[in-house]
Design a protein around this ligand. Structure first.
Ligand SMILES: [Cu+2]
Length: 115
């Protein structure tokens, strides 16, 4: 009896581990998509993503700082990104989200959110 009980423990633990692995794979993690900022350009300039995607901008310049400024009033401008800095924004609403860079309005990008 005692041996049986002892043997039962690892089995339960193994079952629990298998369950937790299965549940982690089922949880919908936000997809992250990268946009690089280099040579005064957003790369890629146009990005198509599904709702719920997190977009991360990384400033890859050597000395120039940039920002991400959306043209829609409900999305404010990011803080200024120094070289190496990153900034993230999650997109839940489908639509075309156009943006520029605060100090360099000639830089243009679009996040196209569609299911
Ligand atoms: Cu800029």
């Amino acid at each position: 009896m005692r041996l049986h009980a002892l043997l039962g423990i690892p089995l339960v633990m193994a079952a629990g581990a298998a369950l937790s692995v299965a549940s982690t794979t089922e949880v919908e993690k936000p997809v992250r998509v990268e946009v690089e900022i280099l040579d005064y350009q957003f790369r890629p300039a146009t990005l198509k993503v599904k709702p719920g995607t997190v977009v991360r901008w990384t400033n890859k310049e050597k000395r120039t700082s940039h920002s991400i400024r959306f043209t829609s009033p409900e999305a404010p401008e990011s803080e200024r990104l120094l070289p190496g800095d990153t900034w993230e924004k999650r997109f839940d609403k489908p639509g075309r989200h156009a943006y520029t860079c605060g100090p360099h309005p000639e830089m243009m990008g679009v996040i196209d959110v569609a299911p």
